[in-house]
Design a protein around this ligand. Structure first.
Ligand SMILES: C[S@@+](CC[C@H](N)C(=O)[O-])C[C@H]1O[C@@H](n2cnc3c(N)ncnc32)[C@H](O)[C@@H]1O
Length: 537
């Protein structure tokens, strides 16, 4: 018996020697922690990691990650790896069950990387997401009142079939056939064949996925999956988008991405696959995206530690999209605004929760109620936020880097009869702060735009560039509403926005409230809406 830390403080947690079947592995370097591979501990799971693993602690404080456990469970774990900052272990048995553990609703849960938190009840997930945002504010943003500034996470009743868009990859099975599905948890070099469908997407979209699987069986041996390590093979991915009309009717857009030439689309195995998809009643649009055949992964490391990682610094080659059936568009409605989406358009993937997110944004703007205010919509995409607030504002000005999204935003304004919203293309990471307000308030044609009263900003995961934040502080709008899908970069940026003012050309802000919104049940992802007021506005 190898008792390691016989300390009263840690009495709840015990260790025993590795089972006799475990070979002794000699240490190659002086360990920083007393634990070693093969040791067995009794620990309590105290938290949930983003990977879905339970977070436990060894007697010396080292974090231990273990799959198939949930907060509150006491379990016996055998260590499978011990690093400098954390260890991993395999659950041997449960000593006391977790009150938050549930049976995962999806039959693919054990392997699929799609929904790592399915084994934990929704209330625990929601509470954890709220805590992620609070912890980012206090630890990254250093807001001493981060806890008080964060409200409870806005949850949802629809914890399955909530996504309006899913992308599935093609891969090869052991006998050379083609399978379609998602990547397994923790690795990107194989595919989980989703024979029971995917609980994240609509039932109609699941029917199309089944049709694709059936078709792949029929054309077996005549077409192969693209191999990202060699750049060989044809079938890359299939994206299924579901739009729901007011009467609940579903229409589906299917985007098949392959390396095939246009000739291959009209005859042979690929043409048969396309025909099978098109036959499906709810499918209103089928497009094909040609992605050039280039290897994208390289082997990193040697021996047992080798793994494939995204390789090279080659620019992503241009994709070519052709419409094979119907039109390359689908119409989705959000907050009373219709959005016409092409296969390449970014759109919020959980329509129901996006409506809640937009409601938070509208409330966060705190409109005067007389349509007197000008709104700047940064990172506007297809105009989701700007068009949703246009009826409350005098004018909306949107900025976005992707030209197609700018075109979509303009068209969306038009089809909704919105005449007070303009959208422009700009790279918001390349603004020149020495130009002051002009850096952001001049159109590409040189027209000077009005000073905004309210700024909505919704950057991608890396957050905002420091130069953009400096310009926003020069502009000094009375309110900033910051929407984010990454609590850490949001907290970093909020700290910069609220830093003390350097003089009359530099407004300072105070953080009023941060509201987490759960857009992606069963995953660690969380969106949050922060509201900032200009001091002495
Ligand atoms: C999280 S999305 C938000 C889109 C939109 N607000 C919505 O709710 O649908 C972030 C958007 O920022 C755009 N974007 C990313 N980097 C950018 C940059 N450097 N300059 C301008 N826009 C950028 C992306 O193309 C994307 O449309």
């Amino acid at each position: 018996m190898r008792l390691r830390h016989a300390c009263a403080r840690l009495a709840r947690v015990g260790a025993r020697s590795r089972p006799s079947h475990q070979p002794h592995r000699p240490m190659t370097r002086v360990p920083l922690h007393a634990a070693s591979v093969g040791d067995v501990y009794t620990v309590e799971c105290v938290d949930l990691a983003s990977t879905g693993e339970g977070v436990c602690r060894l007697p010396d404080g080292l974090v231990l990650l273990c799959a198939n456990t949930a907060p509150g469970e006491v379990l016996e774990v055998e260590l499978s790896s011990v690093g400098r900052s954390f260890a991993r272990g395999m659950k041997l048995s449960s000593v006391r069950a977790s009150p938050s553990c549930v049976t995962p609703p999806c039959r693919h849960y054990a392997r699929c990387g799609g929904c790592a938190w399915q084994h934990v009840d929704y209330e625990t997930q929601r509470e954890r997401k709220g805590r992620t945002v609070r912890e980012a504010l206090t630890r990254v943003g250093r807001f001493v009142d981060g806890d008080d500034l964060t409200s409870a996470c806005v949850g949802t009743k629809e914890t399955t079939r909530y996504r309006n868009k899913m992308e599935f990859a093609f891969g090869s099975d052991a006998s050379g056939g083609v399978v379609v599905g998602l990547r397994p948890r923790g690795t990107n070099d194989s595919i989980v064949d989703l024979e029971f469908g995917c609980l994240l997407q609509s039932e109609a979209a699941d029917d199309v996925l089944s049709a694709v699987r059936a078709s792949l069986k029929r054309v077996r041996g005549r077409i192969d999956a693209f191999d990202r390590t060699t750049g060989k093979g044809t079938l890359r991915s299939v994206t299924i988008r579901t739009a729901t009309s007011g009467d609940g009717k579903r229409s589906l857009m299917v985007d098949l991405a392959t390396t095939a030439s246009e000739k291959e689309l009209t005859s042979g195995a690929l043409a048969e696959l396309i025909a099978d998809i098109t036959k499906h009643e709810a499918v209103t649009s089928v497009v094909h995206t040609t992605v050039p055949a280039e290897a994208e992964l390289r082997r990193a490391g040697v021996g047992r530690s080798a793994k494939f990682v995204k390789g090279g610094k080659k620019p992503i080659s241009k994709r070519k999209v052709v419409t094979l059936y119907g039109e390359n568009k689908i119409v989705e409605t959000l907050h009373g605004v219709k959005f016409e989406l092409s296969s390449a358009s970014f759109f919020q993937t959980n329509t129901e929760q996006a409506a809640r997110l937009v409601r938070e944004v509208v409330a966060g703007c705190g409109f005067a109620g007389d349509r007197s205010e000008t709104v700047l919509d940064l990172f506007c995409g297809v105009g989701t936020m700007g068009l949703s607030v246009a009826s409350n504002a005098k004018r909306v000005i949107g900025w976005e880097v992707v030209p197609e999204a700018v075109e979509d935003a303009r068209r969306n304004a038009e089809i909704n009869g919105i005449t007070n919203a303009d959208f422009y293309r700009v790279d918001l990471s390349r603004l020149n702060p020495s130009k002051g307000t002009k850096a952001l308030l001049t159109t590409p044609q040189g027209d000077v735009l009005p000073m905004p009263d309210i700024v909505i900003t919704d950057p991608a995961r890396p957050g905002m560039d420091a130069s953009l934040i400096a310009i926003l502080r020069t502009i000094g709008a009375r309110r900033i509403v910051y929407v984010s899908c990454n609590p850490a970069t949001q907290a970093r940026d909020l700290a910069l926005i609220t830093a003390p003012s350097q003089g009359s050309q530099d407004a300072a802000y105070v953080l009023k409230l941060c509201t987490p919104v759960d857009m992606f049940p069963h995953t660690a992802h969380v969106e949050s809406v922060a509201v900032l007021d200009r001091i002495n506005a």
